[in-house]
Design a protein around this ligand. Structure first.
Ligand SMILES: *[C@@H]1O[C@H](CO)[C@@H](O)[C@H](O)[C@H]1NC(C)=O
Ligand SMILES: *[C@@H]1O[C@H](CO)[C@@H](O)[C@H](O)[C@H]1NC(C)=O
Ligand SMILES: *[C@@H]1O[C@H](CO)[C@@H](O)[C@H](O)[C@H]1NC(C)=O
Ligand SMILES: *[C@@H]1O[C@H](CO)[C@@H](O)[C@H](O)[C@H]1NC(C)=O
Length: 490
């Protein structure tokens, strides 16, 4: 075990490499000097001594300068967040108890919160975290690695005062794991810290390297000490930054939107995978229903096969259609001329399905339309998680954010916007919304009654400060920690 070995191997390596560079330069310079035997030797000696001294001084200085610059220069994240310290605090000293490898599962946002939990668990178990492996098998079929989405060096360096994070397993342990097999386990869902201390830590002591095969919802929402909760936030809201190219393009998109004033981001989760997976077919014709149902039966890990779409919708469990979304936005008096940025993949049925929304909100845009005349999206286009990262950033900084389904993106963006100062985030009570829409459509409610009921039902669902709902024993029904990370909010 590498107990107590805390220095950063990479830094050391770079310094050694630089010394070698220096001596090579010196050698070639000497060779050059020796050839100059035309000059008088004494005169030359003095002159050469001077030059050599200057060169040495210069190189020592350059070396110092280069070392000072070694620390990563954090990229400016955005204009709203204060730029963090240029120099990171020193690493935390602790007795390393093993290495944690993790395979994150799910889409971008599910992986994101899972990674925050894993850093936190590694920190409090005093183990070293190996950069997470991202899910490449999910429906989205994206092969991006951690460093293709997140700024890996910033992640490692900015957290070093809490936990040691390495790019890969040290060679000795890698060999051991390859020889003896890797101990792998999915931690029990929604566990508290006692579970990790009492049940998981002994396995690190025994195997040195432990692999978690899943990272989603492994840590409880509540009953976790404040300091632990605060670290979850620090990872999520500071350490996990998207790569510079993703940030640049997201900034470009936001600048284009801002040229035309305020904008709403609509996470319109009306994509093929969502509809097929949920079995929700409101607004689809027979052929489309058949296509979606076939897809659901084909994907082995979408376990629920028999679904009654009508019943599911009336229980408030379906994503809203573009048409229902338009009624909702109108009920909230959202100006029909405002720009609406659709943060989503391809809308199922395309323009035909969007018509019901466009009729009332003609200024509908997406990243693909805003950047249509450039090739800036090209590097991201085949990587759904990188595309989702662009939407995530635009969603964070919009004037209003609304999601038509309570999925992972809706949840983490809502929490992040709370963290950024309670920015307006409409969190729909979909059971209430479908009930009111149906009553309006069948004439039970007038437009005025409908709009007033909608506003009243959402008065406390606009992203302001509220208490996180806690339901001991039923974690899935509670408010998600990352939706309302109260312990970290102003
Ligand atoms: C982790 O290390 C700290 C000292 O740095 C110690 O106080 C703490 O008890 C350790 N935690 C575990 C779970 O071993
Ligand atoms: C942690 O969870 C276990 C099992 O779910 C429970 O018995 C225990 O009381 C919890 N501990 C704390 C500190 O909440
Ligand atoms: C994206 O993938 C498709 C096929 O999967 C390929 O034809 C296309 O060239 C790729 N685009 C980029 C920009 O890599
Ligand atoms: C209108 O729709 C609501 C909600 O679905 C239902 O409860 C009500 O009975 C309907 N009223 C009429 C007149 O159809």
């Amino acid at each position: 075990m590498e107990n107590g070995k805390l220095c950063n191997e990479d830094d050391e390596f770079v310094a050694v490499e630089m010394k070698e560079e220096v001596s090579k330069e010196m050698k070639s310079w000497f060779v050059g000097v020796m050839k100059m035997d035309k000059l008088g030797w004494d005169q030359f000696k003095l002159w050469a001594l001077g030059i050599i001294t200057m060169m040495i001084l210069f190189w020592v200085f350059a070396l110092q300068l280069a070392r000072m610059r070694m620390g990563p220069t954090p990229i400016k994240y955005d204009n709203n967040q204060p730029n963090s310290q240029d120099l990171f605090p020193p690493p935390r000293l602790y007795k390393n108890q093993g290495y944690l490898m993790v395979s994150s599962n799910g889409g971008l946002n599910q992986m994101r919160s899972g990674i925050c939990d894993m850093v936190t668990i590694a920190r409090y178990l005093n183990v070293t975290l190996v950069i997470p492996k991202l899910d490449k098998t999910s429906f989205w079929n994206d092969h991006s690695e951690f460093q293709d989405i997140f700024d890996m060096n910033y992640f490692i360096q900015s957290l070093r005062d809490e936990v040691r994070i390495v790019k890969k397993l040290p060679p000795r342990l890698k060999k051991k794991v390859e020889r003896d097999s890797l101990y792998s386990m999915p931690p029990a869902s929604w566990s508290n810290m006692s579970y990790y201390y009492n049940r998981v830590l002994p396995r690190f002591i025994k195997y040195q390297v432990v692999h978690f095969s899943k990272t989603d919802s492994r840590l409880a929402n509540n009953g976790i000490p404040d300091e632990v909760q605060k670290l979850r936030c620090r990872v999520n809201y500071d350490a996990l930054r998207f790569t510079a190219p993703i940030q640049r393009v997201a900034q470009k998109i936001m600048a284009l939107l801002r040229e035309n004033g305020p904008f709403v981001v609509l996470h319109l989760r009306y994509e093929m995978d969502m509809l097929a997976f949920s079995g929700c077919t409101e607004g689809c014709n027979e052929q489309e229903v058949a296509e979606l149902t076939n897809l659901r039966y084909r994907i082995p890990w979408w376990k629920e096969k028999e679904i009654d779409p009508k019943q599911k919708r009336e229980a408030g469990l379906c994503p809203m259609t573009p048409e229902e979304t338009a009624l909702t936005l109108r009920a909230f008096n959202i100006n029909p001329n405002i720009q609406i940025y659709i943060a989503a993949g391809d809308i199922y049925g395309g323009e035909k399905k969007l018509a019901g929304l466009r009729a009332f909100y003609p200024n509908l845009v997406k990243k693909e339309t805003l950047l249509a005349r450039t090739s800036e999206l090209k590097p991201f286009q085949n990587h759904s998680n990188q595309m989702a990262a662009l939407d995530y950033l635009v969603s964070l900084y919009s004037d209003i954010f609304m999601a038509t389904y309570g999925g992972n993106m809706a949840k983490v963006v809502e929490g992040h916007r709370r963290y950024l100062g309670y920015k307006v985030t409409i969190s729909l009570d979909r059971l209430m919304v479908v009930t009111l829409i149906d009553q309006y459509k069948n004439g039970t409610l007038s437009w005025k009654e409908f709009a007033e009921s909608m506003k009243a039902a959402h008065a406390n669902r606009m992203g302001g400060p509220i208490d996180r709902v806690r339901i001991p024993g039923r974690p899935k029904e509670e408010d998600y920690f990352y939706t309302n990370p109260q312990e970290c909010l102003p």
